[in-house]
Design a protein around this ligand. Structure first.
Ligand code: GTP
Ligand code: SPV
Ligand code: MN
Length: 601
């Protein structure tokens, strides 16, 4: 078929409902996108096994997916992306609000008119000769009042396959959308995969996303960061809830009581690992247990009892492969044993997936598909990922499917801080907790393109994901302290403190439970701490450190409080807050000044 014929022929329509939708706004939008992008076929995704099998067969045929060793990795695939398309692109990610101030200094901004013009120029005719997939999805349990739906239109079968794992995708989502009449519109094309023709744009006032030129997770699976964080955070502010970059876990003590904890760490800073934590032997013997609700995104709102109730809007994990081993995260390793899509990992000679830190096997082929040669860099890309259904995780909790969500007892903020920041401290109250979140700093990782290991402020791990002005976001957080709500306690952790030899001082992973135990005992009022200007710190004897070997340097740095170092840090936090101008809430300035005064600054 030549392009001219395609331009005049209406595209063939296939899929579960074949005729599309009874919802006029959705049908009109799909028609208008087809008129712009000019696909040769339109497929409405129903999410069925048959549909998935056909898509996978097609992708195996054109080598979008390579079959892994069927004995060791049943139902699993390798996808190699374009080597220039391996991570989120923060410099090409925009929030297009009518007023630039509403997007804030934390976002790149374009006017909605300019944003649409730029994107529609890229989308013009971009699906010629290709199939356009219409992907209805629900973020959160299909029957939860906290869940929200969207429709992603994409020309990438790889995106469809990933969305089927990461969201509740297909017929039930379409039925909910038709009932509710509202949905987030996401338009995506992989385009030419040219980094110079790549943009991820958000129009929160129109609940619309347009993404062009990348097939990578956070840029292309629009239900995830684009909808569930950027658009949802904007909606959440208007509607009185929170959309956060947080894991959610359940921690059960030997008395059988379960507390739920939500924790915000920046990208590739330990959410998946903490969410799937396996307790140290001595804890397991006593009956401690961790269950997983979510590993990346948390939506929460006050319930009728004033507590915050949280759901995981996702149905799968899009996790970092490197560093995942039987030692560091056995639950993850078991989860990805079958039915997993691996992206940009290496291969062993017998066709098994391989990455740095796996701790077994040898790489034969690198992530680009070349023979492995250690002088040419790692076998797996540092941001290689796995996509897998959450239900396959041994620690996955049925509570993750509860439409009411789970009540949160503690909120934890944390980052990668080689120096200064101790292992754990507790905020005095909610306002102090919001400042602790707002002041978060972390070293950058391979999850986004650009330099790795550079310290930057990443408030509440939302720097790349907040769909509006951070000053308004902090004010929204502060507004939850209204006298009626029973808010969680707020903590800060740092698993990444380094010694003079450059090595991590804290064993991390399973041993992080020792810190979680202290937190829930603080919630229950049964653990001690010492008050300092930065918050309450445990002394060594306040944590269970039985069986943990720590050097004198480690004890000093993990549990100590460096007053002069913090004086400089708190000054720098003051500068950061002032950078937002008059929209920054006075309460945060006042809190920062209170701490500075306590430090004698
Ligand atoms: P995103 O999916 O990008 O949002 O990341 P995430 O926060 O889920 O990060 P993840 O748990 O995948 O961890 C990223 C890296 O940090 C992996 O290489 C882990 O091995 C490492 N890591 C996680 N927890 C710890 C810890 O307690 N200590 C140390 N030293 N490293 C850790
Ligand atoms: C992150 O970068 O925080 C991720 C991966 O969780 S992505 O979905 O690509 O954003
Ligand atoms: Mn993330």
């Amino acid at each position: 078929m030549n392009a001219l014929v395609q331009d005049v022929d209406p595209p063939a329509v296939t899929g579960g409902s074949a005729i599309g939708t009874s919802l006029r706004t959705l049908a009109e939008w799909v028609d208008s996108v087809a008129a712009l992008t000019r696909p040769s076929a339109i497929h409405w995704c129903d999410g069925s096994d048959a549909e998935s099998a056909a898509l996978v067969a097609q992708m195996e045929g054109d080598r979008t997916l390579l079959r892994l060793n069927e004995q060791t990795n049943p139902g699993s695939w390798l996808h190699r992306s374009h080597p220039d398309d391996v991570a989120r692109v923060e410099h090409l990610t925009y929030v297009c609000t009518s007023s630039q101030d509403d997007a804030g200094p934390n976002n790149h901004w374009m006017s909605p008119a300019d944003g649409h013009a730029r994107m529609d120029g890229l989308f013009d005719g971009c699906m010629q000769g290709r199939t356009m997939y219409v992907v209805p999805y629900c973020m959160g349990p299909i029957d939860s009042p906290l869940s929200r739906c969207g429709v992603e239109i994409t020309d990438s079968p790889y995106v469809v396959a990933n969305m089927r794992i990461m969201t509740r995708m297909g017929a039930p989502a379409l039925a909910r959308i038709e009932r509710e009449g509202t949905f987030v519109r996401g338009l995506h094309s992989t385009g030419e995969l040219d980094p110079n023709r790549r943009f991820i744009m958000h129009f929160p006032e129109e609940l619309t996303i347009k993404s062009y030129g990348s097939g990578y997770g956070g840029n292309a699976l629009l239900g995830k960061k684009c909808h569930a964080l950027r658009i949802a955070s904007y909606q959440a502010r208007q509607e009185g809830w929170l959309a956060e970059h947080m894991l959610i876990l359940g921690i059960e003590n030997p008395r059988g009581e379960t507390h739920y904890i939500a924790a915000a760490f920046p990208s590739a800073c330990g959410k998946t690992n903490l969410a799937m934590l396996i307790p140290p032997e001595s804890y397991r013997e006593k009956g401690w247990k961790i269950t997983t609700i979510g590993d990346d995104i948390c939506w929460m709102r006050p319930g009728t009892d004033g507590r915050l109730y949280a759901i995981n809007p996702e149905a799968g994990f899009f996790g970092v492969a490197p560093g995942t081993s039987a030692k560091s995260n056995p639950n993850a390793l078991e989860t990805i044993g079958t039915n997993t899509i691996f992206t940009n990992v290496g291969l062993t000679a017998d066709g098994r997936p391989w990455w740095e830190g796996l701790g077994e096997g040898e790489p034969a082929i690198d992530w680009r598909g070349n023979d492995y040669d250690c002088s040419r860099g790692p076998a797996a890309h540092p941001n290689a990922r796995f996509t897998v259904a959450a239900r396959q995780c041994p620690s996955y909790s049925e509570k993750a499917e509860d439409p009411q969500g789970v009540p949160i007892s503690a909120i934890v903020f944390g980052g990668r801080r080689a120096s200064l920041v101790p292992l754990v401290f507790e905020a005095r109250d909610w306002t102090h907790g919001v400042l602790v979140g707002a002041a978060m700093g972390s070293e950058t990782t391979a999850a986004a393109t650009g330099a790795v290991g550079v310290m930057r402020r990443d408030p509440m791990a939302m720097k790349p994901f907040c769909g509006y002005n951070f000053a308004d976001y902090f004010a929204h957080w502060l507004s939850f302290d209204n006298g009626a709500n029973k808010l969680p306690k707020v903590f800060h952790v740092n698993w990444f403190r380094k010694g003079d030899d450059g090595k991590f001082l804290w064993p991390g992973f399973g041993d992080n439970l020792r810190v979680l135990e202290w937190m829930i005992k603080r919630v229950d009022g049964t653990a001690d701490a010492v008050e300092t200007p930065i918050g309450a710190l445990p002394r060594e004897q306040d944590l269970n450190l039985d069986g943990v070997q720590l050097s004198d340097e480690a004890r000093d740095k993990l549990f100590g409080f460096d007053e002069s170092g913090w004086r400089a840090e708190v000054d720098s936090i003051g500068d950061y807050l002032r950078g937002y101008g008059p929209r920054m809430p006075d309460a945060l300035h006042a809190e920062q000044q209170r701490i500075a005064a306590m430090l004698g600054g």
